[in-house]
Ligand binder design. Structure first.
Ligand SMILES: *Cc1c(COP(=O)(O)O)cnc(C)c1O
Length: 243
């Protein structure tokens, strides 16, 4: 088990490096975030002891369950799943960044709680660049206006944009939804909204890592290629399974 995770990590780093080389990018511009939903803390620990530092969880419950072990390890924990407003307070106990900011009432609730705690938080705005109904995220057309509003929330440090691209067996079908995230970033830059000069693109998963890097990703979020397939009893994990 240990060797397998370490071997998989090497392979993923190699894929990142190769993809960077192929598109003339510097591998240090692409961070690896471990997508650890359903992965037990002892398996995550193996990856952290191998040198990884960045993990992403999708559910409040899992953040809490794994906290005993993970809070003692040098990790930065991001929240990458759909966040219900009534879970904000709990998630803030564990996460240092929310990558799934996708609506105004969530921004309001984060701002309120953060003001109470007198702290700031890194956030990514999630965009539904594939326009799939099953996915969360702002519609691409609404991102600019949304960002103009939340930039006045001084508790939120806007770090970047996040998307889950369209997954398909055909590689080229995955490209447009990834390219669109970069286009949206260019629009934001062109609009010269105050203080916004460096936005990271969080995109690319096990299946579309290479294309995401070709399209400018700064952070790939990888689960399956490192930890194997996710099964919960008979069910395959999905975002809408109840907590
Ligand atoms: C599960 C998940 C990933 C990783 O997906 P894999 O295909 O397992 O690499 C990335 N991002 C989000 C938001 C996820 O929920």
């Amino acid at each position: 088990m240990k060797n397998e995770i370490i071997f998989n990590l090497l392979k993923v780093h190699q894929r990142i490096e190769n993809a960077c080389k192929a598109s003339g990018r510097n591998p240090s511009d692409v961070q690896l975030l471990l997508a650890t939903k359903t992965v037990p803390a002892d398996r995550i620990r193996i990856a952290i002891e191998a040198g990884e530092t960045l993990i992403g969880e999708n559910k409040m419950q899992e953040l809490r369950d794994k906290n005993d072990i993970l809070s003692r390890l040098p990790t930065e924990r991001h929240f990458i799943g759909h966040l219900q407003t009534n879970k904000v307070k709990d998630v803030l106990k564990y996460a240092t960044c929310i990558q799934s900011l996708d609506r105004l009432n969530l921004a309001d609730e984060l701002h309120k709680q953060l003001l109470n705690q007198n702290r700031k938080l890194d956030v990514f705005v999630q965009v539904n660049t594939s326009y799939e109904e099953s996915k969360f995220g702002l519609e691409p057309e609404n991102v600019l206006d949304f960002i103009k509003i939340i930039k006045s929330y001084e508790t939120l440090n806007l770090k970047g944009l996040m998307t889950i691209g369209l997954l398909d067996v055909e590689k080229e079908k995955m490209r447009p939804s990834l390219r669109l995230l970069k286009t949206i970033r260019d629009q934001i830059y062109a609009d010269q909204i105050d203080r916004i000069t460096d936005l990271k693109l969080s995109m690319g998963m096990s299946q579309d890592l290479e294309i995401a890097i070709e399209e400018g990703s700064n952070m790939v979020r990888i689960g399956t290629s490192i930890f194997g397939n996710r099964f919960l009893g008979k069910e395959i994990w999905n975002e809408n399974l109840a907590e």
